[in-house]
Design a protein around this ligand. Structure first.
Ligand SMILES: Cc1cc2nc3c(=O)[nH]c(=O)nc-3n(C[C@H](O)[C@H](O)[C@H](O)COP(=O)(O)O)c2cc1C
Length: 202
């Protein structure tokens, strides 16, 4: 199977990245898995300009931005599962991850039905990655879980919008320092178990 992991922290090798690596390790422990890891902050992913070219109202055109996203969206359609990891930045997901979800919008293909006058009477999204599995990973600095309430809600909502199936959630807190999570065996265990589910869940 093929998994794509998206690291939404600008800090390579730090908490989010370490947890994602553990999820990958778990996935590899129980299946033959091919992994593509993408550092969102390193990739050439331009800001969404909000042009709406991909929307049905503007003729479902290709995104006019020319960067790494075109290939990423193609490969996402071929993948079996995803890992979306983000640190808590100001109680929400990182700026890079926010933009990444916006740039995923071309995958949310809309299907509309019109009446004889051409008015839209029914609309539904048919995401091109519908039904694929996903694990979310969140690291925060505070030692109070509620700090990431919005972070988890946003990740869940995006998974729902793209009709992805959440098979695991990894949430680690009190990671104030760089790479601090490496000394938290319980959180690493949770991440490993989420990876096992990612590769084995039906
Ligand atoms: C700009 C910024 C904003 C942050 N805001 C919060 C916050 O609101 N709540 C929180 O618990 N941690 C916050 N943190 C701490 C990070 O979520 C935490 O250190 C996390 O482990 C970083 O993950 P990383 O090492 O993968 O980058 C913030 C960190 C940064 C850099």
């Amino acid at each position: 199977m093929k998994i794509m992991a998206f690291v939404g922290s600008p800090r390579k090798g730090s908490n989010t990245d370490i947890l994602i690596d553990k999820v990958i390790e778990g996935a590899r422990s129980s299946a033959d898995v091919e992994v593509e890891k993408i550092y969102i902050y390193d990739a050439d992913i331009k800001y969404c300009t909000g042009c709406g070219a991909h929307t049905i109202l503007q003729g479902s055109k290709d995104c006019p931005l020319k960067d790494d996203m075109e290939g990423i969206l193609k490969r996402m359609q071929e993948a079996d599962g995803f890992i979306f990891g983000s640190p808590n930045h100001g109680r929400t997901i990182s700026a890079g991850m926010t933009n990444f979800f916006s740039r995923m919008m071309p995958l949310l293909q809309m299907h509309v039905e019109r009446d004889d006058a051409g008015n839209i009477v029914h609309a539904e999204s048919r995401p091109l990655i519908k039904g694929k599995k996903a694990v979310i990973v969140v690291s925060q600095g505070d030692n109070v879980a509620s700090s990431s309430a919005l972070v988890l809600m946003i990740l869940d909502a995006n998974l729902r919008d793209f009709h992805l199936r959440k098979v695991g959630e990894v949430f680690s807190m009190f990671n104030l320092k760089r790479a601090q999570v490496k000394d938290k065996p319980d959180d690493l265990k949770t991440a490993f178990a989420a990876g096992v589910r990612l590769s084995t869940a039906r």
